[in-house]
Design a protein around this ligand. Structure first.
Ligand code: AMP
Ligand code: ZN
Length: 113
């Protein structure tokens, strides 16, 4: 499958990895939109959160909690951060492999455009 995040998960494309275990990978976004901007992905290909099933709910929880832990580790715990999951076309998803964005290190505006 021609999926850039599957290739990163397989080690075929380099990434600035922050954390990895058997089911997930955390790495810095290549075009950071904030001083801290990293992505949390499952290693298994899931095209978007809209395609998750009830069986994926515990995995989703672990991905989200890892995003929170990593945000603390990168210095965003006290001031906070934003965790975003863009889904499909209306959600602005450009890479069709489920990923959680974590953005921090500056004050973010709301709502998004
Ligand atoms: P989204 O628009 O929610 O699908 O977000 C995709 C994100 O992936 C964007 O923030 C991109 O900057 C990021 N991205 C794309 N290619 C890479 C890559 N090779 N390494 C790290 N981040 C990437
Ligand atoms: Zn993939």
């Amino acid at each position: 499958m021609d999926c850039i995040f599957c290739k990163i998960a397989a080690g075929e494309i380099p990434a600035k990895k922050i954390f990895e275990d058997n089911e997930m990978l955390v790495f810095h976004d290549i075009e950071p939109k904030a001083p801290v901007h990293f992505l949390v992905i499952p290693k298994r290909h899931i095209s978007s959160m809209m395609e998750c099933t009830a069986e994926d709910s515990e995995l989703l929880g672990r991905l989200l909690f890892r995003a929170q832990e990593t945000a603390w580790e990168l210095g965003c715990g006290d001031n906070g951060a934003r965790f975003v999951i863009n889904c499909k076309s209306d959600g602005g998803q450009t890479v069709e492999h489920l990923h959680i964005h974590a953005l921090g290190g500056r004050k973010l505006e709301w709502p998004p455009g």
